[in-house]
Write a new protein. Structure first.
Length: 292
């Protein structure tokens, strides 16, 4: 029997810009439409951020999340919803006094970062274990804050998707498992190709996979030009896959993608050509142990 591969469509993210990707969805109605179309194209999970409709920058506003979730659920009650908790973790040190936050910093209390998850109770939400540099900003996810967020996520009845950006993140994940903060079996997403993070190549992915706790359901993806090569590599190693306009602006070299659905369709063709098959939302729930 052909194993089923879960495809997550990462619809908009918070760092991609309309200048880089001219078809990037920004207001909730655009994000919802692209999420619905991606689901129709084969995505079992849609990974969702919201953006300020005026500035197009990443946002944590609950009303935007409420509108986005309502628009998707009005047309599709099956696709799994995966809300980010990544917003609120960025710190940009001031040039004059590095201990003070410069403009653009979003670092905030862990309770605020999961407030929309507690309110909306999606199927899944991300829990980022990375502390690293991202451009001129540092991303900070302290063990204390991650423990608070994990507890609140579980209390809300939501499954955390653990995101790791390098090998040290995975070592901390295993410490959390050993202390009972994270519950197994885990759902892990490995991010490759972020500058100063794990390199997007087969050897790096294989090493990370070798370090996962037994029974983990995992996926991996690459950023930019590594998106489709790492998608194929993840399938070859037995994992699940992710693609979307959060991760890449292009459907092919020099050609902007027009939608998330277009990216999902290409991913589905690749997996089919390799002999695989995409999971339906119900199959994804069974694989991940999500019962509600």
């Amino acid at each position: 029997m052909t194993r089923k591969t879960i495809l997550t469509a990462a619809i908009t993210g918070n760092l991609m810009t309309p200048e880089i990707s001219p078809h990037l969805p920004v207001p909730p109605e655009q994000i919802a439409r692209q999420a619905l179309d991606a689901a129709s194209a084969g995505a079992a999970i849609v990974h969702l951020h919201v953006r300020d409709p005026e500035t197009a920058k990443g946002s944590m506003r609950l009303d935007l999340y409420e509108e986005l979730v309502a628009r998707i659920r009005a047309e599709n009650s099956d696709v799994l919803l995966n809300l980010t908790t990544g917003e609120g973790g960025r710190f940009i040190p001031s040039d004059d006094d590095p201990k003070l936050a410069a403009a653009g910093s979003t670092l905030c209390a862990p309770e605020k970062r999961v407030a929309h998850v507690e309110a909306l109770q999606p199927d899944i939400c991300t829990l980022d274990f990375n502390t690293m540099w991202s451009g001129q900003a540092s991303v900070i996810n302290s063990p204390r804050n991650l423990e608070i967020m994990a507890g609140r996520i579980y209390d809300a009845g939501v499954k955390p998707e653990i995101e790791v950006f390098d090998s040290g993140d995975l070592h901390m994940v295993k410490d959390f498992v050993a202390r009972g903060v994270l519950r197994t079996p885990l759902m892990v997403q490995m991010v490759l190709g972020v500058r100063f993070g794990a390199v997007a190549n087969p050897a790096t992915m294989a090493y990370l996979v070798s370090q996962l706790p037994e029974g983990t359901e995992w996926a991996a993806f690459g950023i930019g030009r590594a998106a489709f090569p790492m998608l194929a590599q993840a399938w070859l190693l037995g994992g699940h896959i992710r693609i979307g306009m959060e991760d890449t602006a292009h459907i092919a070299k020099g050609q902007h993608c027009e939608s998330n659905a277009q990216l999902v369709e290409k991913a589905a063709r690749i997996i089919g050509d390799l002999g695989g098959a995409l999971a339906t939302p119900d199959q994804a729930r069974a694989i991940l142990g999500i019962t509600r």
